[in-house]
Design a protein around this ligand. Structure first.
Ligand SMILES: [Zn+2]
Length: 388
């Protein structure tokens, strides 16, 4: 990125008079290149600026800013400006949101690194749902909570932003102070280091608050393990305050409902118990299915039972018979047909010709359909009698 551009970012310059240098066309939109600009293209996980361009008193919306391989910044508009001189206006709310999120991300990650030194940022995404993707040997919610508390302390302390411009071979003192840098990602002949007064130093091309107090508040809203990284979702400012209130209300209501202080332990136990009861119930259901007696053609109707238990059970029943199970589930009827004497797959296929989906082999087939149980029984019975 052109060093000139950072002058605007560092000084929070959001409006600027500039001259149009050239315009390119891409389908039905136009990319305007100017002699200078405060607009930022997407970079380092921070999304592009949006805003306006004023030409001859006409305000034209800039829908995105991108950069080309020559380092030009393209301002994408739907109408071509009709004057050489224009005024550029960056959407300050959008920029401020990303600036706060980006700064919070630095401080949070700097904090996490103090809690778990194996943690390393893999990428960030500050669009719709702000997220940090982290690689680490292992990371748990306790680490995240500790880093969250540290982050909020730093925000409250009001640390100042300091920006260093350095050549690549003059970084040793910053490295010894804990500089986070991915050297392979730096494309310029200089390095821009963003420091929050001694707490965190990171090589970055984004925009950042001048004082950490501007971030207001910080809250991790979700933490999960995905593929080979961890994903932390977070919010800042008023959104963080609001979300914390909601979550705290929910926790207090839950505590009241469960009637215990150690909510997490209690809910874990409840879930373990539920899993155990379910397992036991499935065992007894299977035992019950073994006691059923089947004739040449028999059918049984169930109410919202576990499909895989019924499928296991039906196989034990249909050694020389044709057995039909119908399981009422979520407004649909699940049909299981098992037989060595008729073509189950063929019958099921015909049954769901107009209504439902499913299939199977000659001796075992399943489907789900909106057809009523008595219709299903009648249909299958006719087919079975015909085929035998
Ligand atoms: Zn940054």
């Amino acid at each position: 990125m052109n060093k000139e551009l950072f002058k605007y970012y560092d000084n929070n310059i959001l409006t600027l008079k500039a001259n149009v240098k050239s315009v390119i066309k891409d389908n039905d939109i136009f990319g305007v290149i100017l002699d200078k600009t405060p607009f930022r293209p997407s970079s380092g996980g921070q999304p592009y600026d949006k805003g306006w361009l004023v030409s001859n008193g006409r305000r034209i919306e800039i829908i995105k800013a991108t950069s080309d391989d020559k380092g030009n910044i393209l301002h994408w508009v739907k109408e071509i400006p009709d004057s050489k001189e224009v005024e550029l206006i960056v959407d300050k709310d959008r920029r401020a949101r990303f600036t706060k999120l980006h700064s919070a991300e630095h401080i949070f990650f700097g904090s996490l690194k103090k809690v778990n030194e194996t943690a390393d940022v893999y990428k960030i995404n500050l669009d719709e749902t702000p997220q940090i993707f982290i690689k680490a040997d292992s990371l748990n919610y306790e680490d995240i909570f500790k880093a969250e508390v540290l982050t909020r302390d730093v925000i409250k302390k009001g640390l100042k932003r300091i920006i260093h411009y350095r050549s690549r071979d003059n970084l040793n003192d910053l490295i010894s102070r804990g500089l986070r840098i991915k050297e392979n990602r730096i494309k310029d002949d200089f390095v821009r280091v963003v420091e929050f007064d001694g707490y965190d130093l990171s090589a970055c091309s984004g925009t950042h608050v001048e004082n950490t107090r501007e971030i207001g508040d910080f809250l991790v809203t979700d933490f999960k393990h995905e593929k080979d990284y961890y994903v932390v979702s977070f919010v800042v400012g008023e959104e963080a305050e609001r979300r914390r209130q909601e979550l705290s209300e929910e926790a207090r209501l839950l505590r009241k409902l469960v009637g215990k202080d150690n909510l997490v332990k209690e809910v874990k136990e409840m879930m373990d118990n539920k899993a155990r009861f379910k397992q036991k119930y499935h065992h007894y259901l299977l035992e019950y299915l073994k006691t059923l007696k089947a004739d040449r053609f028999s059918y049984f109707i169930f109410n919202n039972e576990e499909s895989k238990v019924l499928m296991r059970g039906v196989k034990g029943l249909c050694s020389n018979n044709t057995v039909l199970f119908i399981n009422k589930k979520d407004g649909l009827n699940e049909v299981i047909l098992c037989s060595k004497n008729v073509d189950c797959g063929g019958i099921i296929k015909e049954l769901i010709k107009e209504n439902g989906k499913g299939g199977g082999s000659k001796d075992f087939a399943v489907c789900s359909t909106e057809l009523e149980p008595d219709k299903i029984v009648e249909f299958v019975k006719q087919k079975v009698l015909k085929q035998e």
